[in-house]
Ligand binder design. Structure first.
Ligand code: GDP
Ligand code: MG
Length: 447
């Protein structure tokens, strides 16, 4: 799936050509890989333009190599296309919740209906299935079999009674019986020749049963047709989310991207096999990391995240210094965690330019040994948010509890709290001193 991109990342990170040339090459490779993975050409170019734009307008953090930073930009932009940081919203927003599955025949709608029913049943919902595919022979039996397997009731009417009527009667029945989640499986029979008829039927069912959510089910192997198809379904029934099936296969999966951009709907699940539990919650960042080459990308992202965390801390320190905000143990915790992610303390101190801000604090007071840091992290992990935000409330009794919870000694907890108090005091002194200097400078400038 989108294999070319992984190779391009490797080549880019390890390559010997100059940065600018390497970027050009990578962008070409990326475009080629995306297009050959069936992502719409227009989408590919808007993506690569956005990447180029960011390269022009942004500068990497000082301690991160340009190449690594570039890969992070690519990762961000690709992830954004798939929904970025937004976790898919899995729980029904209200109850009862009616889901209607749409999609072409053979994509895995019926299988997915069963998987969804199973997924939500396990989450404690009272789930029911409605079989409204009147075209495919034995469609109802297929759904009934699944229903029996997971012990979920299935509504259906053997013989062709019209899909719209069946869907309406099924939903009505289950609403009356106080089912909380009703999943309506539909047909996809007409295929391309009779597409208009299929879409008319979808629109009709959609308008009659007024589902809370329409789920477009698409096959990972759909290819270039994905965009147009998704768009048509979207126009007929207002697609609210997407499930990509057969991600376990050899398909490139690029069509998924096109479907997302055609509907504006997020991917919620991916199907990874034929069995009832082979349904995974979709995670955009993981999906993209997989595309880019897990190992390489994850390490870079971790590192950049740490630097960003650290910059956040520096900003906070500036605020503390200017008296705009107060230092808390939680800040110190974040600081230590960020440092740990970046490597040994001594190395970090050289890496971080703003670190000399701490230069005014006596050496031995700043220097906290690696081992001690580890102990302190345990201690802070055992503190409540309240304690982290307001360490002055940590009395003897709390210290005992924290020490017990973290497997440390009360003495160590006390030492941490004292260290924190000392840092705070030093910061106050520094702040005063800085003010004096500023005042002095101001007076000099005034003369
Ligand atoms: P429908 O026509 O859209 O209802 O499709 P079906 O649910 O009948 O599925 C068509 C075929 O795809 C069946 O053989 C399923 O077992 C298979 N299938 C569905 N989802 C997946 C999946 O995630 N992975 C794999 N490997 N096969 C799947
Ligand atoms: Mg079916």
């Amino acid at each position: 799936m989108l294999d070319g991109i992984r190779d391009a990342v490797r080549k880019f990170l390890g390559g010997s050509s100059s940065y600018d040339v390497a970027v050009e090459e990578f962008i070409k490779d990326l475009q080629k890989a995306l297009i050959s993975s069936d992502v719409q050409v227009k989408l590919v170019f808007s993506l690569t333009n956005k990447i180029k734009e960011r390269l022009k307008n942004e500068t990497p953090p000082s301690s991160i190599g340009r190449r690594e930073w570039f890969i992070k930009v690519v990762y961000d932009e690709l992830s954004a296309l798939f929904g970025g940081d937004k976790e898919p919203d899995l729980n029904p927003k209200s109850l009862p919740w009616v889901i209607m599955l749409v999609g072409v025949q053979g994509t895995g709608k019926t299988t997915t209906a069963g998987k969804l029913a199973f997924f939500y049943k396990k989450r404690g919902y009272k789930v029911a299935l409605v079989g409204a595919d009147v075209y495919r022979p034995a469609a109802l039996e297929q759904l009934q079999q699944i229903g029996k397997q997971i012990n979920v009731p299935v509504y259906g009417e053997p013989g062709n009674h019209g899909a719209v009527g069946i869907a309406m009667r099924g939903v009505e029945r289950f609403l009356k019986d106080k089912y909380e989640l009703i999943i309506v499986d539909t047909a996809g029979r007409h295929g391309y020749g009779e597409e208009a008829k299929l879409l008319d039927e979808m629109r009709d069912i959609f308008e009659k049963i007024k589902p809370n959510e329409v789920v477009l089910v698409i096959d990972a192997a759909i290819g270039q047709k994905a965009f147009d198809l998704a768009k048509k379904f979207h126009e007929a029934s207002n697609v609210g989310s997407i499930i990509i099936t057969k991600m376990d296969g050899t398909a490139k999966g690029g069509g998924a991207l096109s479907a997302v951009s055609a509907t504006g709907a997020p991917i919620k699940f991916i199907g990874v096999g034929e069995k009832i539990d082979e349904l995974e919650v979709f995670n955009p960042r993981r999906f993209v990391a997989r595309i880019l080459g897990m190992g390489d990308v994850e390490a870079i992202i971790e590192k950049i995240k740490a630097v960003e965390d650290y910059e956040g801390i520096q900003k906070k320190m500036e605020e503390v210094m200017s008296g705009k905000s107060k230092l808390t143990l939680r800040d110190m915790y974040k600081q230590i965690m960020a440092m740990r992610k970046m490597g040994p303390l001594s190395k970090i101190l050289q890496l971080i330019p703003g670190m000399n801000m701490m230069g005014d604090i006596p050496e031995d007071q700043v220097k906290v040994g690696e081992r001690k840091m580890q102990r302190w992290i345990s201690i802070m992990n055992s503190m409540t948010y309240e304690e982290l935000d307001n360490p002055s409330i940590i009395d003897k009794q709390r210290m005992r509890r924290i020490a017990m919870g973290s497997g440390t000694e009360v003495e160590e907890v006390r030492e941490l709290v004292e260290h924190f108090n000392m840092v705070q005091k030093t910061l106050r002194t520094l702040r005063r001193r800085r003010k004096d200097v500023e005042k002095l400078l101001g007076q000099m400038g005034g003369e």
